[in-house]
Design a protein around this ligand. Structure first.
Ligand SMILES: Nc1ncnc2c1ncn2[C@@H]1O[C@H](COP(=O)(O)OP(=O)(O)OP(=O)(O)O)[C@@H](O)[C@H]1O
Length: 826
């Protein structure tokens, strides 16, 4: 336990002390693509959407956009075929694109059909005149349907090739916008089928008035005509230029990419193909080693023995330079990988050369969880102390592993400076976006093994790409070749049995295993059954499971924002009167109210639980400021805070993070549990929203403001953050030193990935929204360890959301199947 109550703590870098506070995994708006502009020497800053110009007025660029700040010579006067700058990364997602909205809201087509107002103010002809198209894009930016960032990209292209057809500029704007929705590319045919889904249109009809919709703009256009316009344009590579060209866009079949993302797909696919090409030699006694590591009798389902998929995964990973282990919560991904590492290391040590093993995860929280879990699992394994000592339990974030550089999206480690390791394990791989995957593979030595662990059914990464989902497309059916199957049966000593299994050929499938039996959520677990019903998109079954499992599931139908039952849930349903001993400060206030106590409290908790621990567990005021009791107290409070979390689908509105955070704070204040008289108050839980290497804080770290003694003998507010060191270490940071932070009574499901809470309450808004999909609900449910509460503020939203799934466009699986030229010709 270490602490510094005065904020002068030591940064705990593993190896790279000089990184910038930038993260491509951040959820903040649009920093990445702006870096690209800056990298290319074009001044550009993102800003709020520009106001819509008056009809017929000159095009408006966002303040500081490329258009606004580029010298005049880079505009219309640029040569027709200049050296084309490479185009760099784009912004993180706001919401993933999804299948059409049905059910609880009207469709966009209905709204369009209902419109009585003129189609286009100012009589613009955007598809015939590029200037009109730019004005149309400005109108969309003004509405918030398109990002200023997308508009600036079009400006850049228009400056490079001023004669470009409007169809090309429009395609560029939409392709850029798709990246913000998590799509790696724009599919021309799919866009023409549902043009309005190419923009961020609001679900409310009124907002659609007076501005032309994409469906109106593109009505009558065919994919062939759009393709022909792109093929004829100097900004677009196609055909034989696919792999080698340097134009800013790439057309492969009907898929239009920004060059950079095309390159990522190519490099990820090529690297994986190389890694999958040749199996590695395995120890001659592999069957015996596997038998030692998996001494348990084969698992059973409904009384019948089934394959031990953990053992299968261990065998496959032992022979591959790339392997994928996917499975739902508690299916044994960590257990499997610890046994695998133990086995590989034991074999390597027997040969006199220890393996260099590194563990990583996309976020600090996920890294901390993996580290703790590995430590526990390792201690149970039947391995010598020497082998155990050579299996690491320290887990880095991917950014730290690769080595962030100040003001750059490039990492210190790449193919010229590869990581020095033999085995890399990455957990929570569903959070890895395409760019990060390309960076990892680029920095990995050719001889090293890469093992990805993750739940393919969780929400995809915030940024573009759904790498794990793309790679796991055949995981459920196994898709093993006959030779793979025979080898696995010989190594594991048991036949492969599962009703889902089907034969297949693809090389990736031969190195992929889906773990199918959850030890945490067995057959009787309501949470497990609910997760399976949601994953199967069966809302009726989900309702049945809710009704059958009151021991761990509940639903709460709320009537309005101040519903008393909701407030009770927030505070804690299983209230007991607080114990009075040992309290100081605001604890006295807490004691005068009906405050739950954590003592002997076995049921699902609310937020009074951690506040109780904060007030009641505080060391006596006479405790020396250096006494470890302060850090222990802080660690207890942080752990108690993880016993309950409100999760939201949305950020804005009364049922989003912002509205709920305020209501929770009001409620706790009204009950005397907090004194929120200032922005900083004791008990305020905060989420770090950016990697800050100077403070040692990672994007996603959660801390709690607490009154602690200073060296000067006064009490002062410090924010206690877990050190994520697997030892329960805590660091105290001055509130004023923390830059990017937000209150986190409620958090988005997206940001909760990689975390678990004993009691999780998922709050759904009253109307269906594009972000509501079965992946989001599944991810929310599987954050719960013991209890899950569904809070419904509207009729039918849960059922409609479960029926919809995220659909992310990418060509990664096509690239894996075929060389790039064949993909492009398709
Ligand atoms: N083969 C096994 N034999 C006995 N217990 C096991 C086995 N596999 C997993 N477990 C237990 O099941 C629980 C979940 O396992 P584990 O943490 O490895 O799953 P996971 O898939 O990594 O979970 P998470 O969803 O948290 O990532 C742990 O308590 C673990 O000890």
């Amino acid at each position: 336990m270490d602490s510094d109550l005065n904020g002068a703590w030591e940064p705990d870098f593993e190896s790279e002390p000089d990184f910038a506070s930038e993260s491509s995994l951040e959820l903040a708006d649009e920093p990445a693509w702006l870096t690209a502009f800056l990298d290319e020497g074009v001044t550009h800053t993102e800003s709020a959407p520009a106001p819509a110009p008056a009809p017929g007025s000159a095009p408006v660029s966002a303040p500081g956009s490329a258009a606004a700040s580029a010298p005049a010579s880079t505009a219309k006067t640029a040569p027709a075929k200049p050296a084309v700058p490479s185009v760099r990364a784009h912004a993180p997602a706001t919401a993933p694109n999804i299948e059409p909205l049905t059910g609880a809201t009207r469709s966009l087509a209905q709204f369009a059909a209902d419109r009585n107002d003129p189609v286009q103010p100012g009589g613009l002809r955007p598809l015939e005149n590029a200037d009109d198209l730019l004005r149309q894009l400005d109108l969309w930016v003004g509405r918030g349907w398109l990002r200023a960032l997308d508009r600036a990209f079009v400006d850049l292209l228009h400056g490079i090739a001023p004669q470009s057809d409007s169809l090309v500029l429009l395609a560029a704007a939409l392709t850029s916008h798709q990246l913000g929705h998590g799509h790696v590319c724009l599919d021309l045919a799919a866009t023409l089928d549902e043009p309005d889904f190419a923009l961020s249109l609001p679900p409310e009809g009124d907002a659609l008035r007076n501005t032309m919709l994409p469906s109106q703009l593109l009505s009558g256009l065919t994919p062939d005509v759009w393709r022909d316009a792109l093929l004829a344009n100097p900004l677009v590579d196609h055909g034989s230029n696919l792999a080698a060209g340097d134009r800013p866009m790439v057309l492969a079949g009907n898929r239009l990419y920004l060059r950079r993302y095309w390159n990522y797909e190519l490099s990820v696919a090529a690297s994986l193909r190389d890694r999958l090409a040749e199996p590695l030699p395995v120890p001659p006694d592999l069957p015996a080693r596997l038998a030692d590591l998996f001494p348990e009798p084969p698992p059973q389902v409904d009384g019948k023995p089934v394959s031990d998929w953990q053992k299968v995964a261990c065998a496959l990973a032992a022979r591959g330079r790339f392997s994928l282990i996917t499975g739902g919560p508690g299916t044994g991904k960590t257990t499997t990988v610890v046994r695998l590492l133990g086995m590989l290391q034991a074999s390597a040590l027997a040969d006199g050369q220890a393996l260099r093993i590194r563990l990583a995860a996309p976020t600090g929280k996920a890294a901390a969880r993996l580290g703790e879990s590995i430590g526990v699992q390792l201690s149970r394994l039947p391995l010598t102390d020497d082998v155990k000592a050579h299996v690491p339990t320290t887990v880095s974030t991917l950014h730290r592993l690769l080595g962030n550089r100040p003001d750059s999206r490039r990492f210190r480690h790449d193919r010229r400076h590869p990581l020095s390791l033999d085995v890399l394990v990455i957990d929570e791989a569903s959070m890895i976006d395409l760019e990060m995957m390309a960076s990892v593979l680029d920095a990995l030595p050719a001889s090293a093994r890469l093992i990805l662990l993750g739940d393919k059914d969780q929400l995809a990464s915030v940024e573009a790409g759904a790498v794990l989902g793309d790679l796991c497309r055949d995981a459920e059916i196994g898709a093993y070749r006959a030779d793979t199957r025979a080898w696995l049966e010989a190594m594991t000593g048991a036949p492969l049995v599962d009703p889902m299994l089907e034969p297949g050929e693809q090389a990736l499938a031969q190195q992929t295993v889906m773990l199918r039996h959850s030890r945490r959520f067995g057959g009787a677990s309501g949470i497990g059954r609910l997760a399976r019903a949601v994953n199967a998109q069966d809302p009726a079954q989900a309702r049945v499971v809710f009704a059958q499992s009151p021991q761990d599931l509940s639903t709460l139908r709320v009537d309005g924002e101040r519903d008393a039952a909701l407030l009770t849930l927030i505070v804690g349903a299983t209230s007991r009167r607080a114990a009075g001993a040992g309290r100081t400060g605001s604890a006295a206030a807490a004691a005068s109210n009906d405050v739950p106590s954590d003592a002997a409290n076995a049921g699902p908790q609310g937020y009074a639980h951690y506040l109780n621990r904060l007030h009641n567990g505080r060391p006596p005021a006479t405790t020396h400021h250096d006494d470890p009791a302060w850090a222990k107290w802080a660690a207890d409070v942080l752990a108690a805070f993880d016993d309950f979390r409100l999760l939201c689908a949305l950020r804005k509105g009364p049922w989003g993070v912002e509205g709920l955070n305020q209501r929770v704070a009001d409620t706790l204040q009204a009950r005397g549990l907090i004194r929120a008289t200032d922005i900083w108050y004791e008990g305020r839980p905060v989420l770090s929203t950016r990697n800050d290497y100077s403070l040692g804080l990672m994007n996603g770290d959660i801390g709690i403001a607490m009154q602690v003694p200073t060296a000067e003998g006064t009490m002062a507010l410090r924010v206690a953050f877990p050190r994520n060191d697997g030892q329960g270490g805590v660091r105290f940071v001055l509130p004023s030193r923390i830059g990017a932070i937000e209150t986190v009574f409620a958090m988005t499901v997206h940001k909760s990935q990689g975390s678990e809470f004993a009691h999780t309450a998922l709050v759904l808004p009253p109307a269906l929204n594009p972000v509501l999909t079965k992946e989001l609900i599944y991810t929310g449910i599987t954050r719960a360890r013991q209890w899950f509460t569904l809070v419904e503020s509207g009729e039918g939203v849960f059922d409609a959301a479960v029926a919809r799934r995220v659909r992310r466009l990418s060509g990664l699986s096509l690239h894996l199947d075929a060389p790039s030229q064949a993909v492009g010709a398709g």
